[in-house]
Design a protein around this ligand. Structure first.
Ligand code: AMP
Ligand code: ZN
Length: 472
């Protein structure tokens, strides 16, 4: 099937052509592990996961690399301010290393709650210092770097003619009117490749380098680690929308002089999850984690369902009202699947019908990851009385692989809950009644219903089966 993706670099929808037939390698800029990832960060991770699932269902062998930034990310997102990791350590009175581990564990826990497939490789920046130093040395040998004494080794963006192309900025706009501050940078867009440790304090994370003791700049880790695990050229690079203008532009500037252009075939950027009044904020207590949603009684799948009802290129406004609506929509689908599972006559899988619906959904989602439109087809499928329960259930196995919404799992749990809540003897009576009905033995069916009734239970029939509920 054709896969089309919106490529930020060309600003066009493009047909995906792999570098190696049948394979797809991609890189997601992962979390900075100084604090919990909030549900906005996790929107980006769900988007990555859906892309991966779309390629897998199209038969690709996917390699997915997602990094953990555990050093070098300064609070300004530029090259000034405190180190986020050191700040996290001071806040929690822990070592930087323990803080990193704590938030890596928490992040992986939330990834699991959201049913995101684990990335193939999850490299940590601090485990790849040698690779980062080697890359800076190559840039130095090619003449792209300069030193700001007492500060660090910087990348001279004026040396890279294509700088800013990803963010849609022209060099003249970027530099023309930009006032150069007194930081010692030659151009306002220049950025640190290696920062020197301060002379008056000892950092918890610092390493020897050809330029002196210090730590890597934030951007170099992604250039070094993506290339290490995906090769010098790879298919796709993704991240939150804010990365196009700075972080990813810097990654390109660091990589293409060494490996040649284009380093990456396709770039995708995800819009953010927002609140009515703006960004999620830790200090305002609105940076909810997936675990916070679970503590409030929400199924993480309802949150995933909410996310998939929007397109990744649209900002999404989060509210508990919209989450409640998603819960209702999600439960409704689960209810219908549970009814299919307990239907009297499930029928047999009709592969012709299966293929039609399978291809319809895969075609839609493969066209720039249209998850919302795919979910509309899911509703149409449930409504279509001409598709028998066995075929619908098989299609839901596919839908779960594609969208990761765990419909079948939740429906099974619902069926178990409803059936197990009645004592065994009642479940047996209800089964006998269903058999009697199937044999059109109405007298036995009626008498069994009366027995169930007398014991305080009711059998509710639906067109697809029955359920046993306690009498109010
Ligand atoms: P960070 O830990 O801040 O480096 O962010 C990790 C990832 O989450 C990056 O790819 C960001 O672009 C992305 N991100 C940050 N905030 C949001 C948000 N509100 N909605 C969606 N993605 C976000
Ligand atoms: Zn990155």
């Amino acid at each position: 099937m054709t896969i089309r993706l919106y490529n930020t670099m060309t600003r066009k929808l493009e047909e995906f052509k792999p570098l190696v037939p049948g394979k797809m390698g991609f890189y997601t800029c992962g979390p900075t592990v100084y604090w919990d990832a909030h549900i906005g960060n996790m929107r980006t991770m769900v988007n990555s996961d859906i892309i991966k699932r779309v390629f897998i269902e199209n038969g690709y062998d996917v390699t997915h690399v997602m990094n953990f930034t555990d050093v070098g990310h300064l609070t300004s997102d530029g090259d000034t301010g405190d180190d986020k990791m050191e700040k996290g350590a001071a806040r929690e009175n822990m070592s930087v290393w323990d803080v990193a581990q704590k938030y890596i564990d928490g992040f992986l826990y939330d990834m699991d709650l959201l049913n995101n497939i684990k990335p193939t490789v999850m490299p940590r920046a601090t485990d790849h210092i040698a690779e980062q130093i080697a890359q800076v040395q190559k840039l130095e040998a090619l003449g792209y770097t300069y030193k700001i004494p007492g500060d660090g080794i910087y990348y001279d963006t004026s040396k890279f003619a294509a700088y800013g192309a990803l963010g849609g900025q022209k060099l003249s706009d970027l530099r023309g009117g930009a006032r150069i501050d007194d930081s010692g940078k030659r151009n306002s867009t220049d950025f640190a490749l290696w920062k020197f440790s301060p002379t008056n304090e000892k950092r918890q994370m610092e390493w020897d380098s050809p330029w002196g003791v210090g730590f890597p700049g934030w951007h170099i880790e992604c250039s070094a680690m993506s290339t290490k695990y995906l090769g010098t050229h790879f298919d796709l690079h993704v991240g939150g929308q804010e990365h196009a203008k700075v972080h990813h532009s810097n990654e390109i500037a660091q990589s293409e002089p060494i490996v040649g252009a284009p380093w990456v075939s396709y770039w995708m950027h995800f819009e953010w999850l927002m609140l009515k009044d703006g960004k999620m904020s830790k200090s305002a207590g609105t940076a909810y984690t997936v675990r916070n949603l679970v503590e409030r009684g929400y199924d993480p799948m309802a949150y995933r369902y909410l996310l998939l009802q929007s397109h990744y290129r649209q900002p999404l406004e989060f509210s508990f009202e919209s989450l409640d609506a998603a819960v209702a929509g999600y439960k409704n689908i689960v209810r219908k699947i549970a009814d299919l599972m307990t239907a009297d006559n499930i029928g047999e899988l009709d592969s012709g019908v299966y293929n039609i619906w399978h291809n319809k959904m895969l075609t839609i989602v493969s066209d720039n990851i249209k998850t919302a439109e795919t979910l509309v087809v899911v509703q149409e499928l449930l409504k279509d009385a001409s598709v028998n329960p066995a075929t619908k259930l098989a299609l839901f196995e596919f839908i779960d692989r594609l969208l990761g919404l765990q419909f079948i799992d939740r429906a099974k749990k619902l069926v178990d809950l409803e059936q197990q809540s009645a004592p065994d003897d009642i479940v047996v009576l209800a089964q006998q009644r269903a058999e009697a009905k199937a044999n059109k033995d109405w007298t036995t069916a009626d008498s069994l219903r009366a027995q169930i009734d007398a014991a305080g239970w009711t059998v509710l029939d639906s067109k697809d089966g029955y359920k046993i509920v306690k009498k109010a």
